[in-house]
Design a binder for this molecule. Structure first.
Ligand SMILES: Cc1cc2nc3c(=O)[nH]c(=O)nc-3n(C[C@H](O)[C@H](O)[C@H](O)COP(=O)(O)OP(=O)(O)OC[C@H]3O[C@@H](n4cnc5c(N)ncnc54)[C@H](O)[C@@H]3O)c2cc1C
Length: 299
C-alpha cells in the first residue's frame, strides 16, 4: 500500500484521510495526503514520487476535482505553511500556490489593486487556478500572471514566464506536464479601493443569483464549446436540468453544475457526465468536454 510507504518516508507530513474532506463535492475515499510546509520538503516529495514511481497529484481546495469514492492508491500533495502566504510590493503580488484565491482577490481589492475582481467567487487556490487558468466574466488568470515557480517530479525547479505557461481557455501547460505550482507572481494595476470593493460585491451577488451555492458541487462540469452555445443551455435543452442518478443531480439552478444532494458517490457523477455527453451529442452533434478533473483517470 502506497500510504504505508508515504507514511514511512514522510512521517510528520503524511496522513491518511478521506478525500471527501478535501473536495467541494464532498466525495472521495481514503488517500495518503502529503502536506509540505516549504520548498525543501516539497522538493523531497517530488524526488520521492519520481524515484518510487508513485502515482501523485496536487490538490488545492478540491473545487474542480472528482475523487474516487473507494479511495486512491497514490499520494495527493496539499501545499501548506509558506505556500499559504502572499506578499505585495507596489502592484506586484507574489502568492504561494496554496493561497485561497477568493481571499487574495478580496485583499487585492481592499488594497486598491485592480485585476482580480473576476476571482472573488472562484473557490480554489492560486496553484489550482493557474493549473486551470480559472476565470469568469471574460477575464482569467492568464491576464494577471507574470510568472510561475514550479517544481517537477524529480525535484527540478523552474521559473516560467506567463508565455511559457501555455495558457488558453481553462488550460495551461501544467495539464500536459504536471508539476507543483508553488508560487505565482501577479501583475495588478492601480485602482480605487471603494470602486473595486463595490465591483467585488456585485460579482458575488451575481454569482449567488445564478449558481448553486449551498449544495456541494465543483463548479462548471463542462467547458464552453468552441463557437457553440454555453453548456448550461445545451444541457437544459437536452432535458438534463434536474436529472439525477443516485445522490447526484444536474442542478435545477444551473444545468452545468452537478450537485451532491447528500450521498453521491463518484460513480453517480461519472454516470451523469457520460449520460449528458451522449444525449447532447445525439441531439445536437456537439461533443462536450469536461472541465472537471478526475483524480487518477478519465471519465
Ligand atoms: C461553486 C464553484 C464555483 C466555481 N466557479 C468557477 C469559475 O467561475 N471559474 C472557474 O474557472 N472555475 C470555477 N470553479 C472551479 C474551481 O474553483 C477552479 O477550477 C479552481 O481554479 C480550482 O482550484 P483548486 O485549488 O480547487 O484546484 P483542485 O480542484 O484542487 O485541483 C484542480 C486541478 O488543479 C491541480 N492543482 C491544484 N493545485 C495545484 C498546484 N499547486 N500545482 C499544480 N497543480 C495543481 C490538481 O492536480 C487538479 O488537476 C468553481 C467551483 C465551484 C465549487
Amino acid at each position: 500500500m502506497i500510504c504505508h510507504s508515504a507514511m514511512t518516508a514522510f512521517p510528520h507530513r503524511c496522513r491518511v484521510a478521506p478525500l471527501s474532506d478535501l473536495t467541494t463535492w464532498r466525495i472521495g475515499g481514503p488517500c495518503a495526503i502529503l502536506t509540505p510546509l516549504n520548498r525543501d520538503e516539497l522538493r523531497g516529495m517530488m524526488r520521492w514520487v519520481a524515484d518510487t514511481g508513485t502515482p501523485w497529484s496536487m490538490i488545492g481546495r478540491g473545487s474542480n476535482l472528482l475523487a474516487p469514492s473507494n479511495g486512491w492508491d497514490g499520494v495527493v500533495i496539499n501545499l501548506q505553511g509558506e505556500f499559504r502566504a502572499f506578499g505585495v510590493r507596489g502592484e506586484t503580488v507574489t502568492a504561494g500556490g496554496g493561497v485561497p484565491l477568493p481571499a487574495l482577490a478580496g485583499a487585492a481589492c481592499s488594497m486598491g489593486l485592480a485585476g482580480m475582481v473576476f476571482a472573488v467567487g472562484i473557490p480554489g487556490t492560486v496553484g489550482g487556478a493557474v493549473f486551470m487558468n480559472a476565470g469568469a466574466y471574460g477575464a482569467s488568470m492568464m491576464d494577471i500572471v507574470r510568472g510561475v515557480q514550479v517544481i517537477y517530479p524529480g525535484g527540478e525547479t523552474r521559473h516560467l514566464s506567463s508565455g511559457e505557461c501555455g495558457f488558453n481557455y481553462r488550460t495551461s501547460s501544467f495539464q500536459t506536464r504536471p508539476g507543483a505550482v508553488c508560487s505565482v507572481i501577479l501583475e495588478l494595476a492601480p485602482g480605487d479601493r471603494g470602486e473595486l470593493r463595490e465591483r467585488a460585491r456585485e460579482t458575488l451577488g451575481k454569482r449567488r443569483a445564478s449558481f448553486p451555492i449551498k449544495v456541494p458541487n465543483a463548479g462548471s462540469v463542462f467547458r464552453r464549446p468552441k463557437d457553440g452555445p454555453p453548456p448550461g443551455m445545451l444541457l437544459e435543452e437536452c432535458g438534463m436540468k434536474g436529472f439525477a442518478v443516485g445522490g447526484a443531480r444536474f442542478s435545477p439552478v444551473h444545468a452545468n453544475f452537478i450537485e451532491n444532494t447528500g450521498n453521491a458517490c463518484s460513480e453517480d457523477i461519472l454516470t451523469l457526465v457520460r449520460t449528458a455527453k451522449r444525449r447532447v451529442l445525439e441531439r445536437t452533434g456537439i461533443l462536450l468536454h469536461e472541465e472537471i478533473r478526475v483524480l487518477g483517470g478519465e471519465t
